[in-house]
Structure formats: structure tokens, C-alpha cells
Design a protein around this ligand. Sequence first.
Ligand code: HEC
Length: 143
Amino acid sequence: MSASSRFLIPGMLVTGLLTVLLVALLTVVRPVNSAQPIALDPAAVKAGKTTFLTVCAGCHGPQALGINGLGKPLVGSAFFNAHTDAQLLAFLQVGRPVDDPLNTTGVVMPARGGRLSLTDTDLSNVIAYIRSLNVAKAQPVAD
Ligand code: HEC
């Protein structure tokens, strides 16, 4: 073994180990979805509210608090808050049929809320609106 490789190999091992540690640390420390920055576009929230009230509220309630025997609550929803906007969009595109193992109500969550003419932008706006309701709920109420 040459003199340089005697130092080079342990050096590489240490560097590799530090990289692994750094990645592990970032994975643990990185805030999860619930802590994602909330920068809601007011225009998106407003447009999303209109779509929500016309398409989703019939099952999820006008305040997104759910309706027994129909849609689940979306405010304070662990499912909603644990997913990114992109994940929620992918969810809304397909909905959740009754034979989906994740379906707990035995009632279908229709693809695009049953309104197939809704574009991905419409759905993203609805997500922004529901986010705004969840953010509002998370704020401590001063009285
Ligand atoms: C015909 C009724 C109906 C309509 C309309 C509807 N949903 Fe749903 N939705 C449901 C039902 C029922 C579930 C719960 C299915 C299950 O048991 O997992 C659900 C579940 C969801 C969930 C997952 C909640 C969770 O905790 O798992 C989200 C998010 C959601 N709906 C969003 C929407 C949005 C946004 C719209 C409007 C674009 C919409 N829904 C329109 C019936 C509906």
C-alpha cells in the first residue's frame, strides 16, 4: 500500500460516512408536509371557494366539516394535512372508490368530485381554499 492510499482510503471512508450522516440528519430534520410553507394565493383561494361550494360542499358540507353518511371532514383532516398539494391533486383526479382499501365510509369519493369538467387548475384552487380553512383552524383564537 502506498503512503498516499493509506490516507486516501480512510479519508474517503470518513467523507462517505459524513455524507450518509448528513443525508440521514436532513431526512429527520426536514419539516414534513404539515409544516410546508403556507403561501396561499388569495385569487386561488377565492376561485377555489366558489368551486368548493358548488361541487364539493354537497358531500363535505359548506364549511368542509363533513356530512355524516357522505363526505368526510376536510378541516382538521389528517389525510388532507399530511399530503402535499401535488399529492392531493393526484388524489382528486381519481377519487377513492368504495373498493379502495383506504375507503372507510363505503361511499365513493368521485373522481374530480364528480364534476369531470373541473380542470387541474380548478382542483388546485380548491386545494388552496381547503388549505386556507385548515390554516385558519390551526391559528389560536384570541378572545
Ligand atoms: C358525492 C359525494 C362527494 C363529492 C361531490 C365530493 N366528495 Fe370528497 N369524499 C367523499 C367521500 C364519501 C369521501 C370519503 C371516502 C372514504 O370513505 O374514504 C371523500 C373523501 C375526500 C377526501 C379524503 C378525506 C380523507 O380524510 O380521507 C378529500 C381530500 C376529498 N374528498 C375532497 C373532495 C373535494 C375537494 C371535492 C370537490 C372537488 C369532493 N371531495 C367532492 C364524497 C364526495
